[in-house]
Design a protein around this ligand. Structure first.
Ligand code: G3P
Ligand code: CA
Length: 286
């Protein structure tokens, strides 16, 4: 075979194979990788894995770590001031000198402010104080979202009115003025907030699977924008997130304290993740 003929045959073969690759009806087109859904990072009691929970140090750390929200627990002092603390007693998170439980509601603001709320976590946080609600609002308004939990509000008659007034005073009750959500395990309290601040997004908190039936979710959707439950309920029931979304609500489950808890929640399609460690949520989904 002449050299010219060989060259011609070779080029035709190449041509045929390129043509088949481009035009073959069964050629597998590569799917573009789906963009991962962005989720809100909610620093639980502030970045409480790195600084004492519910203190300015923990909220500051959350801001530095670029969390989308800080989560905070609101209660009331004996003299009616709103304060930020998780337990209904001060013993676990302060240096109160008492063997017996001391209730938040039995101390005045001045007494609460004297307590050290940092050294229980680590010595370098000694001197951290229990913040007031107003102090947190003033410091973080417009800087970071706030997921405000009313903790055991039935202990504090009038707490919903006080929280609403503090938000209204600062014009933080309108969704366009920042990411503010009020939530509680006490459904009556959530309903009350919805009545007081109709344009404020509210959230129902529950750890009970029995609260996550279609009928219950429908009821919540009448006054809440969020159903925030324990992350175990999300991984146990793959229908939960779609059922919440179908009713026009969102879900930010809690509380991520280990890196391997993140991925199942992302796969389930949650809207946010409540975590003590904001850096556990990968950058690509933020
Ligand atoms: O945001 C949800 C979460 O804060 C509820 O649990 O006990 O940490 O207040 P807890
Ligand atoms: Ca909380």
């Amino acid at each position: 075979m002449s050299a010219v003929l060989k060259k011609l045959m070779f080029s035709s073969l190449i041509g045929i194979s390129i043509g088949s690759a481009l035009f073959a009806p069964n050629a597998e087109a590569e799917e573009p990788a789906a963009k991962p859904k962005k989720v809100d990072i909610i620093a639980h009691r502030g970045a409480s894995g790195y600084a004492p929970e519910n203190t300015m140090a923990a909220f500051e750390k959350a801001l530095q770590m670029k969390a989308d929200y800080i989560e905070l627990d609101v209660q009331m002092s004996k003299d009616g001031e709103l304060v930020i603390i998780h337990d209904t007693t001060v013993n676990r998170t302060t240096d109160i000198d008492s063997e017996l439980p001391v209730a938040v509601k039995n101390l005045t603001l001045a007494e609460l402010r004297k307590l050290d709320a940092g050294s229980f976590f680590a010595p370098q946080f000694a001197g951290e104080r229990i913040p007031t609600f107003e102090e947190v609002l003033d410091r973080y308004k417009g800087k970071i979202g706030m997921l405000i939990e009313l903790k055991e509000p039935a202990r504090y008659p009038g707490i919903e009115e006080k929280v609403s007034a503090a938000l209204k005073e600062r014009r933080m009750d309108k969704p366009k003025n920042g990411k503010i959500i009020v939530q509680s395990f006490d459904f009556n309290s959530v309903y009350k907030i919805h009545q007081l601040l109709p344009s404020m997004p509210t959230g129902v908190l529950t750890s009970k699977a029995a609260d996550l039936t279609d009928a219950k979710l429908k009821e919540f959707s009448g006054y809440a924008k969020y159903v925030n439950t324990n992350l175990k309920n999300v991984t146990a029931d793959p229908t939960l997130v779609p059922r919440i979304h179908a009713l026009g609500m969102k879900i930010t489950p809690w509380t991520v304290r280990s890196r391997d808890e993140v991925s199942p929640l992302l796969k389930a399609g949650v809207d946010g993740i409540v975590t003590d460690f904001p850096d556990y949520v990968p950058k690509k989904v933020r």
